[in-house]
Ligand binder design. Structure first.
Ligand SMILES: Nc1ncnc2c1ncn2[C@@H]1O[C@H](COP(=O)(O)OP(=O)(O)OP(=O)(O)O)[C@@H](O)[C@H]1O
Length: 804
């Protein structure tokens, strides 16, 4: 390193030399590669640097010493596995999809919702399933690997997925065979390599851009016994692309920070920091005082960064009108394809565009986009075409200039990642959050703030923030509600889990202050779940109702312990029997029918628990699944669009609801119950008084409720039906801590706390003293309970004092 390393860079090197694993959080422009070179240059051990792409690996090779092998994940996989397929790779010209269909044995159009999917398109969807499988850590192909098919409702997509799954399995067999015939891609051997659970030949492994890691690589990296270092910037995670995942945040090791940016001066750093705060990042950057940087409107810029294609097109048209040579990052090919497809549909012709092939007219696309909740990409396409028209778009694309010759480059923020320009303007497409019924701004989403953080940190000397000046008003408005309310509602009235989503809520503040070390427990938990078996999960359904399944298994476990469903279900049923208005409330006759069905449900469960009725496992699973939708009314205050109760009629009965429970749900609940047999067996032996389901705490009434799952002989247990238990963390740990402390009067004698992972059959527990010690508790449990009670009473008093 030619320059003097900063203290943070030296600290990273020293920790590395001491043999520690670490997550190096490196803000934009903070000299990430220089730091890795500094670390690796201080040892003679053999290292492996895993780069994001080939260009970065090639450049790194010039900078690292001879002890470090610089590779991409694909090149590692190629050396190990891919070269056996070299012959297939090199002759892997695009295989026409009709030919792929023939090889797969797809001979007939598939009709769904009165639309035909041709053999060629079916083959394309099958190869798409393979692609999604290859970007996952799944061990087998499943229905949900089918990508979204625009133009079909959820049930129809499910049907397509079911039909195509066997073909996808056949396709994967072909791909894995050395003399297979289907197109062979680089991601295929990457997946095959990962399935061999490889050991990387190195004493230490440096994983770059770890905030955006392919899940396949993540799994390989995490399984290594070599010293592991991951580096990147979680605040720059903006791609859900290829299921990319953030390895850094939950990485069980010390986290060190690089905060001095060499790219820009203090003014741009200040703007970046503002967005980092909204992105919920703890990172704050210091600018380089040697670099002059300005923030303010600029007459001329080198780049304009936009939110999406539609506002990028508006910028391009503006420059063309003024005769300024303009480039678009990534070129105009994708826009041209959209415009051509739209033109065809408008003229009543079909198109082969992968997002639009099922539609027969442009009006059809517009209607689908309008009524569809998940199709954000499709909405963006419709806005673009409807705003400018296909002709204008194609004409603009024809008049684009290459980046070298252009005077200005227009880019989406996504495509600007990893790049920098001297003068950057932020375009108008980044809209301020909308306001709610009371005129309060809805919260700015952290993912949106991350995108804007990436955009503003592309500027070296001059940042023109014209498109995002609304942040001033937003901050003023949210400061005004910084008195402990969200959208006019005091946060103290939120339930425990909802409070934990807001760092400034009374529960979050108390826990952060008195049990500051949640990361230590999370790390302990992550270490522990490393050896769990793969999750039980529905394989043949594209859109399982995860929320209902999660609650249903909780209910099923309660029944197995001899307990009823609990208050929230009763309240859900009671709400239907009342006149209280709520969102999605059905017409009175339907409401009556649902109320009767719900009351019957509760009576059936009561007689079962009294031993009057010996119900079979299948019926019990159905009852639990239906109960989950009644409980959902209590949790959300509405009947949601996808609730099975939303389809009710005046003729609905408990029997008709039970019959409508899908087979996959019964199977899933029963499989989870089967793996709970061993861990839950001992709990069933406990005397009834030691088995408490759905306990209510004295402190629950000081907030808007806190519904724990179980207390079993002093063990407070929360049941989680997560597929990816790595996704659990601080909130779940604080949830346990919250329940523990809300038991003000020690009514339940809680002496252990834990999580039960129902899809893996895993039970992780801590004794209360150990749990509190790891959390860095500021006092013994009795003391904390007393202080929490005072804190909540004080906050309630504050509310009363300011309420009229
Ligand atoms: N301690 C330092 N003092 C002065 N300049 C430094 C220091 N560390 C790094 N730099 C400079 O910062 C610039 C970026 O460094 P580097 O190439 O290591 O970053 P990178 O890996 O491209 O990623 P990023 O810039 O996003 O952190 C380079 O010009 C480098 O010389």
């Amino acid at each position: 390193m030619g320059v003097k390393p900063t203290e943070e860079q030296v600290a990273a090197r020293d920790m590395f030399l001491a043999g520690g694993e670490l997550a190096l959080v490196a803000g934009a422009g903070t000299g990430k590669t220089s730091t890795l070179v500094l670390m690796a240059g201080a040892t003679r051990k053999r290292g492996l640097y895993v780069a994001f792409n080939k260009a970065i690996a090639d450049e790194a090779r010039q900078r690292f010493g001879a002890n470090v092998d610089c590779r991409t994940a694909h090149s590692l996989a190629h050396r190990a596995v891919g070269r056996n397929y070299q012959e297939r790779l090199s002759r892997s010209a695009r295989l026409p999809s009709r030919e792929a269909a023939r090889l797969l044995g797809i001979h007939r159009d598939l009709w769904v919702s009165s639309r035909p999917i041709s053999c060629g398109h079916q083959a394309r969807l099958v190869m798409g399933m393979i692609r999604r499988f290859c970007y996952s850590t799944d061990r087998q192909l499943m229905a949900r690997h089918l990508e979204r098919v625009n133009g079909l409702d959820l049930a129809a997509q499910d049907q397509v997925a079911r039909v195509l799954l066997p073909y996808a399995c056949r396709a994967w067999d072909d791909i894995c065979s050395p003399d297979g015939k289907l197109r062979f891609e680089h991601d295929h051997y990457l997946k095959m390599w990962a399935l061999t659970e490889p050991t990387l030949a190195a004493d230490f492994v440096l994983l770059d851009e770890a905030q955006d890691t392919n899940p396949v690589l993540e799994e390989v990296f995490l399984a290594q016994s070599a010293q592991r270092v991951c580096v990147g910037d979680p605040a720059q995670q903006i791609y859900g692309w290829r299921n990319a995942r953030d390895v850094m945040t939950g990485f069980p090791a010390d986290h060190l920070y690089l905060t001095k940016s060499f790219r820009f001066g203090p003014r741009i750093a200040r703007t970046a920091n503002r967005w980092l705060r909204h992105a919920e990042s703890a990172l704050q950057l210091t600018g380089n005082s040697a670099t002059d940087s300005r923030v303010g409107s600029a007459v001329e810029v080198d780049a304009v960064l936009c939110r999406g294609n539609a506002d990028a097109m508006q910028e391009v048209l503006g420059f063309l009108e003024r005769g300024v040579p303009v480039a678009l990052t990534g070129g105009g090919g994708a826009l041209r394809n959209i415009a051509q497809a739209a033109e065809a549909l408008k003229a009543g012709r079909r198109t082969t565009h992968p997002e639009l092939f099922l539609f027969t007219s442009w009006a059809d696309v517009q209607e689908y986009a309008e009524n569809d909740t998940a199709g954000q990409d499709l909405k963006a396409i419709v806005t673009l075409v409807d705003t400018y028209g296909p002709d204008v778009i194609m004409d603009a694309v024809d008049r684009l200039t290459g980046e070298r010759a252009a005077k200005v480059t227009v880019s989406t923020a996504h495509k600007a990642k990893g790049r920098e320009w001297s003068r950057v303007r932020i375009g108008d497409g980044f809209a301020a959050p909308s306001v709610d019924d009371d005129g309060n701004p809805r919260p700015l989403r952290a993912s949106e703030a991350r995108l804007i953080y990436v955009a503003v940190t592309r500027a070296r000397h001059h940042l023109d923030p014209t498109g995002i000046t609304w942040i001033d008003d937003y901050e003023k408005a949210t400061e005004a509600t910084g008195d402990g309310t969200v959208a006019g509602r005091p946060m103290i009235e939120f339930s425990l889990t909802r409070q934990l989503k807001h760092p400034s809520s009374p529960m979050s503040q108390f826990l952060a202050q008195h049990l500051p070390n949640s990361a230590a427990v999370v790390q302990d938990y992550l270490r522990w779940i490393g050896d769990l078996p793969r999750p039980v999960q529905p394989l043949e359904v594209k859109y399982p109702d995860w929320s209902a399944l999660g609650h249903a298994i909780d209910f099923r476990l309660r029944l197995s312990l001899g307990s009823p469903f609990g208050e929230p279900v009763n309240i859900g049923v009671g709400t239907l029997g009342s006149d209280v208005p709520f969102r999605g409330a059905p017409a009175p006759p339907v409401r009556d029918a649902l109320y009767r069905a719900g009351s019957d449900l509760l009576s059936v469960v009561d007689s079962y628990l009294n031993g009057d009725d010996g119900l079979q496992g299948e019926i019990l699973a159905r009852l639990c699944f239906v109960a989950a939708y009644y409980e959902d009314i209590y949790r959300t205050g509405e009947i949601r669009r996808y609730s099975m109760l939303a389809d009710a009629t005046p003729a609905t009965t408990l029997d008709s609801l039970l019959t409508a429970v899908p087979d996959y749900a019964i199977e899933d609940i029963n499989r989870q119950l089967a793996i709970a047999e061993e861990p839950f067996g001992p709990f069933r032996e406990l005397p009834a008084t030691a088995r408490i389901c759905g306990p209510a705490f004295l402190g629950s009434q000081d907030i808007g409720g806190a519904d724990a799952d179980f207390i079993l002989d002093g063990l407070l247990l929360d049941c989680k039906a997560a597929i990816q238990p790595r996704g659990l963390g601080r909130d779940e740990i604080y949830q346990l801590a919250g329940y523990l402390l809300l038991d003000y009067d020690d009514r339940y004698g809680i002496d252990r706390v834990g999580l039960y992972l129902s899809r893996q059959g895993g039970l992780v527990t801590w004794s209360v003293p150990d749990f509190l010690r790891r959390l860095g508790a500021t006092g013994p449990v009795g003391d904390l309970r007393r202080r929490l009670r005072e804190h909540l009473h004080h906050r309630r008093g504050d509310r009363r004092a300011i309420s009229p």
